[in-house]
Design a protein around this ligand. Structure first.
Ligand code: PRP
Ligand code: URA
Length: 214
């Protein structure tokens, strides 16, 4: 259900997600566990985000009789992580939807200006006709996600959903203004940004914590 203050946002606050997010936020959680928790939370989020995927009837012979069951229909999904930290969300979805294609958008946030700096863009063929899940654990100012969505739209891609683990209200508002057609799914909506553009309470630098770079 859409958040009361943010019509573009759905917060997926299932108890299992909240529990794992509490562990993820803890500064004493090591990279190995951080990676596993990020994947598990993403997997749990996938259950809700894919709720409206189309299905089609298929005849199946059970050991007892033949019946009509449902299987996924339509074109394969495309997952697009924003490098680096978005990589931490890919495997959680692929475990449930192994046929999904994967593209990559390379962006980093300049530490001083907080503006996104682009360095890579590659999506699978025919992504224009597929549903795209854009992945980034953190939506802070929203600059990186807005830039990535702009690049996808420039490439003719329109069916975009953004999945993140932690969002700040500042970023969610900016996204709503710039891309009101893009639904945002988050495990948590946090309080605000600090003066350095980090999310409070947040979980720190997601890329560094995933890959042990600091
Ligand atoms: C982090 C995060 C987002 C961005 C969020 O990436 O993964 O991409 O910051 O901030 P924003 O909403 O203000 O743009 P970072 O720039 O640290 O790059 P990294 O993933 O390579 O560590
Ligand atoms: N990027 C992160 O990794 N963490 C934040 O809190 C903000 C941006």
């Amino acid at each position: 259900m859409a958040h009361a203050d943010h019509p573009n946002l759905t917060v997926l606050d299932h108890p299992l997600i909240q529990h794992k997010l509490a562990l993820l936020r803890n500064r004493d959680t090591a990279s190995k566990d951080f990676r596993q928790l990020a994947a598990e939370i993403t997997m749990l989020m996938t259950y809700e985000v894919t709720r409206d995927l189309p299905t089609e009837p298929v005849e199946v012979a059970t050991p007892l009789e033949t019946t009509v069951a449902q299987r996924l229909a339509g074109k394969k999904l495309v997952l697009v992580p924003i490098l680096r930290a978005g990589l931490g969300m890919v495997d959680g979805i692929l475990q449930l939807i192994p046929s999904a294609r994967v593209g990559h958008i390379g962006l980093y946030r300049d530490h001083t200006s907080l503006e996104p700096v682009s360095y890579y863009f590659k999506v699978p063929e025919a992504t224009q006709s597929r549903d795209v899940y854009l992945l980034d654990p953190m939506v802070a100012t929203g600059g990186s996600a807005m830039d990535a969505i702009g690049k996808l739209k420039d490439a003719g891609i329109s069916r975009i959903r953004l999945l993140c683990l932690v969002a700040a209200p500042e970023g969610v508002r900016a996204l709503e203004k710039a891309h009101p057609d893009v639904p945002v799914f988050a495990a948590a909506l946090d309080r605000r940004l600090n003066e350095s553009g980090y999310i409070l309470p947040g979980l720190g630098d997601a890329g560094d914590r995933l890959f042990g770079t600091r």
